[in-house]
Write a protein that binds this ligand. Sequence first.
Ligand code: ZN
Length: 265
Amino acid sequence: MPELPEVEITVRKLRRKIRGRIVEGFHASWPRQVIPGIAKVRRAVAGRKIEKLGRRGKYIVFHLDDGSFLLVHLGMSGMLYFHEGGDPPAHIRAVWDLDGGSRLLFCDARKFGRIRAVKDLDASLGKLGLEPLSRRFTVQAFQSALQSRSRQLKPLLLEQTVVCGLGNIYTDEALYRARLHPLALSNSLSKTQINRLHQAIVQTLKKAIRLSGTSFDWAYPGGHMQNQLLAYGRTGEPCRRCGRKIARILVGQRGTHFCPACQRK
Ligand SMILES: [Zn+2]
């Protein structure tokens, strides 16, 4: 949390407001969140124009006018706000002063978010897997990535190397929709199951974007997907397909929600 849909909504909201702006200053209060260091990031962004704002997986990508990039990962509770005045939000960890007097704020109660200045985007994000809402995410590409590994589905999807952007919530949702057990092995799936999982990932993410993402009281305000979740957070509640209670197990220390009847191993 936040995952691809919440990051995508953040980028869409900010894009118009910050494109073409000049960064006049940068300040941060928590050194370990800023890589390779606050002073170095300040030097990398000062005087630069923001040419474009994009997204790769769960990363927000600022394209700067000297060909370098600034990556923001929101971690567990990070948010970016365009601030033009009024009461500032809580937990501000970094501030970009923009021309015209507005500011971009990075707020993060739990401090797992990261801000990173990079010159080579591929070297930094090249290990990320297929972008699930891009044309490159075909059933064939997904199939060969799954079959080249022998891994349990839940940890593999969280790892970001097959497909990127899914976190704990949307992985559980996609596996539920696809009727696949979270511990099923990636190279044991039939063509039909791979097709179902492919479709489930795309549909889950698109629906979440349509509903502006998932909000909890401690993270990411403004979303509505939390009311439509089928598996995540529904431990003990009836499965919407078969009525059996949704179970919760730990997979690599992550709470994992699934229907023991619909998602057999
Ligand atoms: Zn069920």
